[in-house]
Write a protein that binds this ligand. Structure first.
Ligand code: NOJ
Length: 717
């Protein structure tokens, strides 16, 4: 949408360029600045310590919401900004606004881009009711390390899935809701050493291009208006000061036409990194690298005029930045109609939005284990006692997740309330056991209350505060008090259905053989309780596939499916060849990428390949039959994995190249088929050329990345 091949955007750029020609340097620099203000600071009387007035000295606002408030700022802005150019406000509208959707990691487990698009659209529409024009989403960082708290905001560990979701989210925000999207955090922010947020990494260009850039590319191709420069450094250069990343690659290779905004204060922070000697140097390096808009602070207003006068920054660069920013404002319509209105923008938390949230949530749940106890069909449990316990069972805040913008926990459907409705003929025996507020916990008393139940639904998890920004962890276990309580529950001899709400994969190892079922619900959002009951009752058969590997133990992180082989044999472990290992933990993850059970079972048979060779420019088709061999209708996502056996650089053990999600009645079969072309096999090779290299490829269609199924081989000539 915000690409130069779109005539509407081209026209907006033309109008912007005309205006830029009439603007003074000072006026242009104002457009490059974003402030976070309040009513006291954003008025003409407010003067900062250094004698500068804030009002009218910025082109965009951070996190300012509310029609009246924004229109007040707008009026001030039109009066004080040189050339009376309207401002817009950008906010973190990540997974919902008033209606909170499941966290992005959960949404990606649906493997359904449409769900992501719908959720982004609702979030964007609700945000426009408050005058928001721009969201800092989607986050498209590849999340390979569950210690990093921001995996919650990601679309998981795989570039193929993340690319599909990036595109869908951009379209939802921009095309459906009419607000600007922002691809972040550019780039390799998630590759932080040790899983510690803000930490840097050393990374080859091949890894960057093959793994971390594809979702950005997909978002850019979908027309993303903006990109956020990240906090971290790569190979010694902080991204917010990297010309290579922000200009040469982002614009030169990825073809980005929109504008770049820094992450919060990240240009100023170039000093803390030891990459800039003072503020002015930080501006030279940050703006010079390609950060068009400075999120927060007055640094550009303060230093860019001198840098231009000294010939260190060209006015042409400034013109180009301003043209891009103004073009976005023309596209939004704010240049022609500067005042915001909520009229015609729809409501909040409407039935329709709640239905979208509920559908997304139930489809995002991943059934990790089930000994057959689930579903708990209400008619079969009539007259019986269903225990309900754990901190998540009657909690409406944590389940909203880490970036619930305009959240209202009072509107959350609690699991307890939904269960009481869903099981009118059963006795729901509720007792908290443990609470997030520990002083309210009553584990011993609860065990006593629950001991006569026929089944116990235990809703555990990590609080939403423990995922998201700056929440890196070294231990991915459930909180200790929950583990102790679970042990008590298991010892009652009553089947325990374990529900886990969290922003990351937590360690499930010790519960696998003790819980009758484990349902991972992530942070499901406003419709939590209803979605949980849809799945528990069997009204909906769960079909989510985890897009992030679950480690056996925290020390196994990072663990991800598309890793490399070593040269040393993996001695003594069946089915493993040259993978690195620990002596105290299995080689692979507890649950691999792509894994998720159903109430029914699926069998994969008759795998075939159309040819054992692929000619340049040609294709091969890989197919197999998937049959529902169980007793419930259900959805399955069959996944195509390909391994490039030998390359000019070593290649991952396998890579996801496609999937097909479909619904089958008991006994029904579906022929799954994928056509692979040279393009699907291409990668950035040793010489940094994007090519498919000749040689052998092994493929398989499987229910998850770890499944042992028939392998097929072909040779690219
Ligand atoms: C810092 C976070 O890294 C980024 O994701 C967010 O958009 C900005 N703060 C603005 O709130």
């Amino acid at each position: 949408m915000y690409t130069l091949d779109n005539p509407k955007y081209k026209e907006a750029r033309r109008r912007a360029a005309d205006l830029v020609k009439k603007m003074s340097l000072k006026s242009k620099i104002v457009q490059l600045t974003m402030f976070m203000v309040d009513e006291n600071t954003y008025n003409p009387e407010h003067v900062e310590e250094d004698g500068e007035m804030l009002a009218g000295r910025c082109g965009t606002l951070l996190a300012a919401t509310g029609i009246d408030r924004l229109n007040k700022y707008q009026k001030t802005s039109l009066e004080c900004t040189p050339d009376s150019i309207p401002l817009i406000s950008g906010c973190d509208v990540i997974h919902g606004y008033a209606t909170t959707m499941p966290i992005p990691l959960a949404l990606s487990c649906t493997l359904e881009p449409k769900i992501v698009r719908d959720c982004s659209a609702v979030a964007g529409k609700e945000a426009t009711v408050e005058g928001v024009s721009w969201t800092f989403a989607p986050m498209v960082d590849i999340a390979r390390d569950a210690r990093w708290g921001r995996v919650a905001e990601s679309f998981g560990e795989d570039k193929y899935v993340a690319s599909k979701m990036a595109e869908a989210s951009v379209r939802g925000f921009q095309e459906d809701a009419g607000i600007l999207s922002c691809l972040k955090h550019y780039v390799a922010y998630s590759a932080c050493e040790g899983g510690r947020d803000y930490n840097g990494c050393e990374m080859s260009d091949q890894t960057l291009f093959n793994t971390f850039l594809p979702p950005f590319k997909a978002g850019i191709d979908a027309g993303a208006a903006t990109v956020m420069s990240s906090f971290n450094e790569i190979n010694g250069v902080p991204c917010s000061g990297s010309r290579k990343m922000l200009t040469d690659i982002l614009r030169g290779v990825l073809g980005f036409d929109g504008f770049v905004v820094s992450d919060y204060d990240s240009v100023n922070e170039l000093q803390n990194h030891g990459y800039a000697k003072d503020e002015k140097d930080a501006v030279l390096k940050g703006y010079g690298a390609g950060v068009d808009v400075l999120m927060l602070g007055n640094l550009y207003n303060r230093h860019l005029p001198a840098l231009v006068a000294e010939g260190k920054i060209s006015e042409e660069q400034i013109d180009a930045s301003v043209e891009r920013i103004l073009a976005a404002k023309y596209m939004l319509g704010v240049m022609d109609e500067p005042f915001f209105t909520s009229e015609g923008k729809g409501g909040w938390l409407t039935e329709e939005y709640r239905e979208i949230a509920r559908n997304a949530a139930k489809r995002s749940f991943v059934l990790l284990e089930n000994d057959g106890i689930l579903p708990l069909i209400p008619s079969e449990w009539a007259g019986k006692k269903i225990g309900l316990t754990g901190p998540v069972s009657n909690e409406g805040d944590s389940v909203l997740g880490c970036w619930a913008s305009a959240k209202n926990p009072a509107k959350t459907v609690l699991i307890k309330d939904a269960m009481e409705k869903a099981y009118p003929d059963s006795e729901i025996v509720f007792t908290n056991g443990v609470c997030f507020k520990r002083e309210h916990s009553n584990p011993e008393e609860s065990l006593e209350i629950l001991k006569d139940c026929d089944v116990i639904v235990a809703c555990m998890g990590e609080h939403a505060r423990e995922s998201g920004e700056a929440t890196s962890k070294t231990c991915l276990d459930l909180p200790r008090d929950q583990i102790e309580y679970l042990k008590g529950l298991f010892s009652l001899g009553v089947p325990v259905v374990l529900l886990v709400s969290a922003g990351r994969p937590l360690i499930m190892t010790d519960f696998v053989n003790r819980a009758a079922a484990i349902l991972y619900i992530w942070d499901p959002g406003t419709e939590c309780g209803n979605a949980v009951c849809d799945v528990l009752t069997g009204d909906y058969n769960p079909a989510g596939k985890t897009t992030i590997s679950f480690p056996h133990r925290s020390g196994q992180c990072p663990v991800y499916y598309d890793h490399k082989m070593t040269g040393r044999p993996t001695i003594g472990i069946p089915n493993r060849t040259f993978e690195s290992k620990y002596i105290d933990c299995p080689v692979g993850p507890l649950y691999p990428f792509g894994y998720g059970k159903s109430y029914t079972t699926f069998e994969y048979t008759d795998a075939e390949i159309s040819s054992d060779t692929m000619e340049r420019g040609g294709s091969v088709t890989v197919s197999c039959t998937v049959t529902n061999t169980g007793k419930y209708a259900g959805e399955e996502a069959a996944q195509l994995y390909v391994r490039d056996v030998v390359g000019s650089i070593t290649r991952p053990v396998c890579e996801l190249k496609g999937y097909d999600k479909f619904c089958l009645e008991p006994g029904e079969s579906h022929r799954v088929s994928f056509t692979l072309t040279e393009d699907d096999l291409a990668f950035w090779n040793a010489d940094m050329e994007y090519v498919a290299e000749s040689g052998d490829f092994i493929c398989r269609i499987a229910p998850d990345s770890g499944a042992e199924v028939k392998k097929l081989k072909f040779t690219l000539e």
